[in-house]
Design a protein around this ligand. Structure first.
Ligand SMILES: [Fe+2]
Ligand SMILES: [Fe+2]
Length: 282
């Protein structure tokens, strides 16, 4: 009991020093409509991302937990606590969201087996390679989160306040903890070649799986997304917007390969403040 109390107090002290805040989302999965953005293509793109989150983010937590004991820096330990808390909540919220979308006319479950297989494969890798995969994927989530906050009129157009509580909340927290897995990796392994290799592999896997799932959801929804001229036109514009997003994000993506790269080198403090304000308007 004494040990528990001492651990609780240690955690409390650690959290006092972290800028990573674990929030409860006000998102309610009961009232989810599968077309939650103005252009249905964006809904399908975001849903495709969401499909990967429950299993993916639990894997991120595991890879950091695997090596956590080796971290001596109290600040980084405090940030790890924040990172774990945030990702655990994200996985849970997206599981509920995915379940809600699945219960409409979509089949999302068919991806579960493929993801489970991939997760099993990743777990057979060394702790260093597993963590390097997390670091690469966390760079992608931070890029996406930054883009959502920077261009809300593109990504969030038509989003209800309930859905903002999911996507905006997740985006804010991804930026808050974007450095954690990277700092853990650097502190313990600091292997540049592995970090670059992982990013190359993850890039192919992440982009191709997201594109395939988006295209599949679009096809499942073809009666609305493709056969209705007004919606088709919006989706063509949205497709151009997604292409533009990739072009705009390329410099931030490629910076990851620099020897002295650090996630915090891109200052997103203003975006973060704006996102926090939108989440909790005073
Ligand atoms: Fe997350
Ligand atoms: Fe994350």
């Amino acid at each position: 009991m004494l040990k528990n109390l001492s651990n609780q107090s240690k955690n409390f002290q650690q959290r006092l020093h972290s800028n990573i805040h674990i929030r409860k989302t006000r998102f309610n999965a009961v009232s989810v409509h599968p077309h939650y953005t103005d252009a249905t293509l964006i809904s399908h793109f975001l849903t495709a991302l969401s499909i990967t989150f429950p299993q993916g983010e639990r894997f991120f937590v595991e890879t950091v937990r695997n090596v956590r004991e080796q971290i001596k820096d109290p600040q980084l330990q405090a940030d790890i606590a924040g990172f774990i808390g945030q990702e655990a909540h994200h996985a849970q919220a997206h599981e509920q969201f995915n379940h809600a979308v699945q219960s409409t006319q979509y089949n999302l479950k068919k991806y579960d087996a493929a993801f489970e297989k991939e997760m099993l494969r990743l777990r057979t890798l060394t702790q260093r390679r597993q963590l390097a995969a997390t670091v690469a994927l966390e760079h992608f989530t931070a890029l996406m989160a930054g883009y959502m906050l920077k261009y809300p009129e593109f990504m969030f157009k038509g989003l209800s306040s309930n859905m903002k509580q999911l996507w905006l909340w997740h985006a804010v927290e991804e930026i808050e903890h974007k450095h954690v897995a990277f700092d853990v990796y650097q502190s313990i392994f600091n292997n540049l070649a592995q970090r670059r290799r992982s990013m190359r592999t993850i890039t192919i896997g992440f982009i191709s799986s997201t594109m395939l799932m988006t295209a599949d959801l679009l096809w499942q929804d073809r009666k609305t997304s493709l056969y209705q001229p007004k919606q088709l036109l919006k989706n063509i514009k949205a497709l151009y917007g997604l292409g533009l997003m990739m072009v705009r994000l390329f410099p931030e993506y490629i910076a990851f390969y620099d020897e002295d790269f650090h996630p915090k080198q891109l200052d997103q403090q203003d975006l973060l403040e704006m996102g926090r304000q939108l989440l909790n308007p005073s």
